[in-house]
Design a protein around this ligand. Sequence first.
Ligand SMILES: Cc1cc2nc3c(=O)[nH]c(=O)nc-3n(C[C@H](O)[C@H](O)[C@H](O)COP(=O)(O)O)c2cc1C
Length: 198
Amino acid sequence: MASTTGHGLQDLLAGRLSVKSYVERGLTGETLMSALGSVAGTTANGHRTAPSARESYPIAVTVVAARVDGVEAGGYRYDSGSHALEPVTSGDLRAKLASATLDAGWVTKCPALLLLSADLRAARTRFTDQPPEHGERFVWLEAGCMAQNAYLWAADQGLGTVLIAGLDEVRAEQVTSGLIPAGHDLLAILPLGSRAED
Ligand SMILES: Cc1cc2nc3c(=O)[nH]c(=O)nc-3n(C[C@H](O)[C@H](O)[C@H](O)COP(=O)(O)O)c2cc1C
């Protein structure tokens, strides 16, 4: 995904950082779609922007939109192939998601959150020629690649994100029921927003 602001890769890596302090400012719909295209969009060869063991792409991206121009508050699934959002549920879901983190109540200030999820039980049976734990491990590694895409996108845009993987699993299961695909576990939250120091 080409930089939209003319930064080279070395600049983006030098500017990469975890942002945990945000101002309450909305995002444009275009900016949200640009983030999604960077995190999980389609590449020139028809793959995705993050690598996936045997092209399995087991990770779904669900958007919790709260203050995004042209996007009603609610939950949406990102479809990589069509680069489009499909509505899942309505309302401002940020406080619920905040309650599933261990110490990231500040995500309620972010205009949008990206939820990465996957069916970890299915992952354990995916690669029959390898031990079950490999399948699950590959999902977590892929989530890390997607997160780095988000970090580089944010560095390019002068916006903030952070990989939040410290989650209360019981609470996460409760608050994501009906939001992420059935059978999926919440792997991580990537908030998007404007850095407080800007
Ligand atoms: C696997 C992983 C899990 C993380 N989980 C959380 C988290 O639950 N909450 C949080 O605030 N930050 C989380 N972070 C972000 C780290 O706190 C952050 O990367 C660290 O402070 C270093 O800052 P930097 O990314 O700017 O170098 C996580 C980072 C990684 C790589």
